[in-house]
Design a protein around this ligand. Structure first.
Ligand code: IPM
Ligand code: MG
Length: 355
């Protein structure tokens, strides 16, 4: 079959890790007889430099016209260091979420046995961890109005706003994922303080009643932050609002020690976006040392979730695990005998074709 994929490499190490994912996709195309048409487009600091906008109209149009979007990373230190910059790369990301209706960010957090000693936690706590973080992505305090400053500039405010339908769709998605896993959904909120959290609880309970196979529990966010460290094995699917999800998904991603390996999907109303969870890592840009696995595994998620190509997706995941086990890894994983970014990509593409 023919598929159109929008490719947004973005900033920092984005272009070089995206190249490796494209090698994997090309190997899949060859092996399974598909044709992937790539539409490259600008986003982030590179887009600001070339067009003045972090998400040019042309990029958005290419995304909307595609079956799925493969995204690298955005962010550039020259903007981080300038608090007065009015146009920022991150605005491109938020605008893309809003424009494509990317209502849920899904991050699988899994352990890779060969990496357990990279975890800041003891092996027995993290061994076997398999959590799916589902974060609401287009609502809450990130987008709530009013937001701003009082006239005298001495007071600032953000608003956390949620409507029932925004909660319903993301909680339903979490339940659907849980049905294919252990059937457990933990809703994380702050219902002892926040009105939006109480609406989340009320709505989630109603959704749970549609899913007799699902066991749902509720946890306050402060407790969840603690439990993720103390007993991560207790979780299956976690679903939560935008800001709590931002914080907890970063926390969850480091406990397994596999930050450079973790992929994510942002599920959209029609087109979804797939990207590694790590950032643009500007210190490594252009050095051919960054770990491409997070992006390659994001391409695997793209195949499965974005294009419905499950066998193809598994072929990529299997090849990625094989490269890990064979020690074909970048310096973040093996400092004494590291491979380059492009070599890891080449080897994974070969594995896909040869198995
Ligand atoms: C993320 C990032 C973004 C967010 C930033 C870059 C705006 O931290 O994708 O988690 O807060 O959502
Ligand atoms: Mg974040």
């Amino acid at each position: 079959m023919n598929y159109k994929i929008a490719v947004l490499p973005g900033d920092g190490i984005g272009p070089e890790i995206i190249d490796q994912a494209i090698k994997a996709l090309n190997a899949v195309a060859g092996k399974f007889n598909h044709s992937f048409i790539y539409e490259y487009a600008l986003v982030g600091a590179v887009a600001i430099d070339k067009t003045g906008s972090p998400l040019p109209e042309e990029t958005l149009l290419k995304c909307k016209a595609s079956d799925a979007v493969l995204f690298g990373a955005i962010g550039d230190p020259k903007y981080d260091a300038d608090p007065k910059a009015t146009v920022r790369p991150e605005q491109g990301l938020l605008a893309m979420r809003k424009e494509l209706g990317l209502y849920a960010n899904v991050r699988p957090v899994t352990t890779f046995p060969s990496l357990l000693d990279k975890s800041p936690l003891r092996k027995e706590i993290v061994s076997g961890v398999d959590i799916l973080m589902v974060r609401e992505l287009t609502g809450g305090i990130y987008f709530g109005k009013p937001q701003g400053r009082s006239e005298d500039g001495k007071t600032a405010y953000d608003s956390c706003v949620y409507s029932r339908f925004e909660i319903e769709r993301v909680v339903r998605l979490a339940c659907e994922y849980a049905l294919k896993r252990k059937g457990k959904v933990t809703v994380v909120d702050k219902a002892n303080v926040l009105a939006t959290s109480r609406l989340w609880r009320e709505t989630s309970k109603e959704i749970a009643s549609e899913y007799p196979g699902i066991e749902m529990d509720f946890m306050f966010v402060d407790n969840a932050a603690m439990q993720l460290i103390q007993n991560p094995l207790r979780f299956d699917v976690i679903v939560t609002e935008n800001m709590f999800g931002d914080i907890l998904s970063d926390e969850a991603s480091v406990i397994t020690g596999s930050l450079g390996l973790l992929p994510s999907a942002s599920i959209g109303l029609s087109t979804s976006v797939f990207e590694p969870i790590h950032g643009s890592y500007p210190q490594a840009a252009g050095k051919n040392i960054a770990n491409p696995l997070g992006t390659i595994l994001s391409a695997a998620m793209l195949l499965e979730t974005g294009l419905n190509l499950t066998r193809e997706s598994h072929a990529v995941t299997k090849a990625a695990i094989k490269s890990l086990e064979a020690g074909i890894v970048t310096e973040d994983i093996d400092r004494s005998n590291p491979c380059s970014t492009s070599m890891v990509g080449d080897r994974i593409a070969e594995y896909i074709l040869s198995t």
